[in-house]
Design a binder for this molecule. Structure first.
Ligand SMILES: CC(C)(COP(=O)(O)OP(=O)(O)OC[C@H]1O[C@@H](n2cnc3c(N)ncnc32)[C@H](O)[C@@H]1OP(=O)(O)O)[C@@H](O)C(=O)NCCC(=O)NCCS
Length: 290
């Protein structure tokens, strides 16, 4: 008997991500150590578009998604190649498919270390570091009273919230916020009956994610986050933020420590444009959603 066997190389073809079994996508993310549940993939498939790389008998070897907002912008994410197929050109090929399908759109994504050289070579430029804070909060430090009224959003409030959010995100993303609100609990901060901040929390992976968190200043962002953390005591919680100052310190005080960093990159128009006294994204909706 031969001591080894040479396995034939195989060809991969693009297929719409909505046409494959959700379990094969779950297996793909598990394979690279990501926490996504099938329900998380379902949500992403409803929020955006994507392709998978399949072989001749329909096995999934890779994925890439994009989430269009408005006419000329999209975020990119869920770019995965299964480990046994990595370093063979599939990741680059998947991204080329995305770039062709997103032609004419400005793009942004949050890159892992593994994908960084690929995105640089495709013309993406570095904008910021994203800090993944996670852990289990048991106790929240005593905070001063909030400047305004914090309450849970009623189902018909998404339009006002989307209008508040648009200058922070740079593009109107009401459709995404509306979709997220179906599975999220949303807290709104109002002053004089006007929205001045909001934060959502939803189940993700084996715990919960708080995001988006959008506010005018650090103090409001802390109040919105604390509102959610009170309900998440003892539960695994994750917040992705680009903040370093008071907001980040608050998370660390709540035992949500930095476990990983990624890099926000863009291709085309600059994505992050902070302006004084304007809303700002303190917490990301998700790595793929920005
Ligand atoms: C990032 C990822 C998708 C890349 O997929 P891939 O199929 O290995 O990509 P490719 O083979 O097309 O390689 C793309 C580039 O990555 C780099 N690269 C790939 N394998 C490498 C290796 N073993 N060592 C060093 N660089 C490597 C090279 O710069 C390569 O460029 P080249 O085409 O000029 O050689 C894959 O590693 C992955 O799924 N990682 C885990 C999930 C992840 O981090 N996804 C990114 C989310 S933002």
């Amino acid at each position: 008997m031969a001591k080894s066997v040479r396995v034939k190389s195989f060809e991969l073809f693009p297929q719409d991500i909505c046409e494959v079994d959700i379990q094969s996508l779950h297996a793909l993310s598990l394979g690279v150590g990501w926490p996504h549940r099938p329900a998380d993939w379902e949500l992403f498939r409803r929020a955006g578009q994507g392709i998978v790389a399949v072989d001749g008998i329909g096995r999934v070897f890779g994925s890439a998604m994009w989430f269009p907002h408005g006419e000329d912008f999209a975020t990119v994410g869920l770019v995965i190649t299964t480990p046994r197929a990595q370093a063979n050109g599939a990741g680059r090929w998947l991204m080329e498919q995305v770039l062709t399908r997103c032609d004419g759109r400005h793009l942004s994504l949050n890159s892992t270390r593994a994908a960084y050289p690929l995105y640089i070579s495709l013309g993406f430029e570095v904008e910021a570091t994203v800090f993944l804070h996670d852990g289990i909060t048991l106790e929240i430090p005593t905070l001063p009273a909030a400047d305004g009224v914090l309450s849970e959003l009623s189902t018909d409030g998404i339009e006002e919230l989307a209008a508040f959010d648009a200058p922070a995100f740079g593009t109107e993303r009401g459709k995404l916020l509306s979709l997220l609100s179906e599975v999220a609990v949303t807290c709104v901060l109002k002053r004089n009956d006007v929205v001045v901040g909001y934060a959502m929390r939803r189940k993700f992976g084996s715990g919960h994610v708080i995001g988006p968190i959008v506010a005018l200043n650090d103090a409001d962002a802390v109040q919105l986050t604390a509102w959610h953390l009170k309900s998440l005591s003892g539960k695994q919680t994750r917040i992705d933020t680009r903040e370093k100052g008071a907001f980040s310190d608050f998370l660390t005080t709540c035992r949500l420590n930095i476990s990983e960093t990624t890099t926000t990159m863009s291709k085309g128009r600059r994505f992050l444009n902070r302006a004084e006294n304007k809303p700002w994204i303190y917490g990301l909706a998700g790595h793929a959603l920005s």
